[in-house]
Design a binder for this molecule. Structure first.
Ligand code: SF4
Ligand code: SF4
Length: 188
């Protein structure tokens, strides 16, 4: 078991209206998911999720609101859309994951404060430059999380591969990107 995978809250109060609220806010028919598993098979982050994305869909159907909104998975989702394009029910699974993140913020369910901090800094970076500025993101995250010395061994590897630039590169349409981020994620 990795990262506390599959820890269901057995005393959880089942919220039978949860699936309807997720469907309303995401405009997706989550109740039509029949657990084929394509979304999970397509997801590059499954190994780090506490619940694979198909299980998130099932937990929504079951009304396990606290487990879903308190999961790490909804914060680790990179919005790559791979699950969305492979869902045979044409459910925009990525959009459901983004909706769950907003709902978790609204309801005060956030599994790990550092996940929230990383997500905030990622969106702030994308809003400022139209794309992520990795070195700035890492510096801001580490200052906010207080884990300044963690993962330092990765720096030489990233530098060697040219993945860490110390000067941000803003794209032309950054204002439009910032407006999109604000609209969909209510960025800080
Ligand atoms: S791909 Fe679609 S139908 Fe299949 S498990 Fe995922 S959400 Fe459900
Ligand atoms: S959008 Fe999120 S859940 Fe879907 S495949 Fe990408 S990372 Fe996984």
């Amino acid at each position: 078991m990795k990262n506390g995978q599959n820890l269901l809250r057995i005393q959880e109060h089942y919220d039978t209206a949860f699936v309807q609220r997720v469907e309303q806010q995401s405009a997706q028919k989550v109740s039509q998911c029949y657990q084929c598993g394509n979304c999970t098979a397509s997801c590059a982050f499954t190994g780090d999720y506490d619940f694979p994305v198909n299980q998130i869909m099932r937990l929504i159907q079951l009304g396990c609101k606290e487990t879903v909104l308190g999961s790490r998975a909804i914060w680790l989702c990179g919005q790559c859309q791979a699950c969305t394009v492979r869902c045979p029910c044409t459910i925009d699974v990525a959009r459901v994951m983004a909706t769950l993140r907003s709902m978790a913020l609204e309801s005060g369910f956030v599994a790990d404060k550092n996940l929230r901090r990383f997500s905030d800094e990622f969106l702030r970076s994308v809003s400022l430059f139209g794309r992520v500025f990795e070195a700035g993101l890492l510096a801001a995250y580490k200052l906010r999380s207080g884990s300044v010395l963690s993962d330092l061994e990765l720096a030489p590897v990233l530098l060697k591969k040219g993945k860490l630039r110390f000067v941000p590169h803003a794209i032309e349409g950054r204002r439009e990107v910032a407006a999109l981020v604000k609209r969909f994620f209510d960025a800080p």
